[in-house]
Design a protein around this ligand. Structure first.
Ligand code: SF4
Length: 358
């Protein structure tokens, strides 16, 4: 799921476990999943299944997966995936980490159950993973802005890719800090077009589709090329703080977005449906120019959210577009829809400007 592997890898290696990072998601990964998954299951399961098969080729024998509860299929992923893999003859051991409901001690117990490492080793591993997670998020937030302004298209992404490699290689907190600092400086040196008419768009929706560029067909990169700064409703570090650490750290939180979903949606509908509605409200009140909801086709919580977003769009006066992803989605079709959405927002801004001048 996006760059989660960087923090997960350092955490598990710090616990003394050997980690096999599956190859980055490709069409082959998806095809493997699609071939063996139920047709109407959501996209993340299909991609995950392909990831496991590719990891098996590299020697992985154990899968650690998060559990889930509530009205969403995620809680069944582990069972379903295990049965499919067993049927195919893979002999994976599957460890399911159930959601700890903000109980930090339970998080520690779950992590300790994975290996017999010392408490010191575990604290060190958790600290390093956390710092990497925050560094990656900071770099992502920066590239989401720089892409929209750069005058040499592709330069920001080159720096971004290099930064991820350096953060992954960093062994100590000091090295992580300098890797992040270097990249933030490199971004400041990217040549920009200051007179470009940049717009601000927010991405809301299901966590996997938001965070994994293969699942969203590099939507952030396409929007950057079209001159749109992007902000997501979910970043990994804030998710960890909200769901595993009980929001003890003073950082941006999706809890505020959940509160803002009222009166449009007052109930938990599973997945991130409530956050999607609340984030759309929050971003519109922060002055964003448009909202894009992305989700896997057949995702229940996001279908509920979509049905409410038209009301949010009308009441909060903000354009909203919904894009569902599955194995049939094509990148060219996505780009056409993004171009039309961005054009529509630019025209709207222009007509508002002209009306104010009159
Ligand atoms: S949130 Fe949506 S995509 Fe994710 S597991 Fe639940 S139903 Fe599937």
């Amino acid at each position: 799921m996006g760059n989660l592997w960087i923090s997960a890898k350092v955490l598990l290696e710090g616990l003394g476990l050997e980690v096999v990072v599956p190859p980055p998601c490709t069409k082959k990964t998806l095809s493997l999943g699609v071939l063996h998954a139920p047709e109407f299951i959501c996209l993340p399961l299909k991609i995950n299944l392909g990831n496991y098969m590719e990891a098996a080729e590299k020697g992985a024998d154990t899968i650690i997966i998060a559990g889930g509860r509530g009205p969403c299929r995620f809680g069944y992923y582990c069972r379903l995936e295990k049965e499919i893999l067993d049927d195919l003859g893979y002999e994976f051991r599957m460890i399911v980490l159930e959601p700890p409901e903000n109980n930090f001690l339970e998080v520690i117990q779950n992590i300790r159950a994975l290996s017999k490492c010392s408490m010191f080793q575990m604290i060190n591993a958790v600290r390093t993973a956390w710092f990497k997670c925050c560094a990656v998020d900071e770099v992502e937030k920066k590239v989401q802005i720089v892409r929209a302004w750069e005058s040499c298209p592709g330069l920001a992404d080159k720096i971004y890719r290099e930064a991820l490699k350096n953060i992954d290689k960093a062994q100590t907190i000091k090295e992580i800090f300098f890797a992040k600092l270097n990249v933030l400086e490199a971004f400041n040196d990217v040549p920009v077009e200051p007179e470009r008419e940049v717009i601000r768009l927010a991405l809301v929706g299901e966590i996997y589709t938001i965070l994994e560029p293969f699942a969203n067909q590099n939507i952030e990169r396409h929007l950057g090329k079209l001159g749109a700064e992007v902000k997501r409703s979910i970043y990994l570090s804030s998710w960890v703080n909200d769901h595993l650490l009980g929001s003890i750290l003073p950082m941006e939180s999706t809890k505020e977005a959940c509160r803002m979903s009222s009166p449009y949606l007052n109930y938990f509908v599973g997945g991130h449906g409530k956050e999607t509605v609340g984030s759309a409200v929050k971003f519109s009140r922060e002055g964003f120019d448009g909202i894009i909801q992305i989700a896997p086709l057949t995702c229940g919580p996001e279908i509920v959210a979509e049905s409410i977003l038209s009301k949010v769009s009308f009441s909060e006066k903000i354009p909203v577009m919904t894009i569902y992803m599955d194995e049939q989605s094509g990148e060219a079709g996505l780009i056409t829809r993004l171009e039309a959405f961005v054009d529509m927002i630019r025209r709207k801004k222009l007509s508002q400007k002209t009306a104010t001048r009159k």
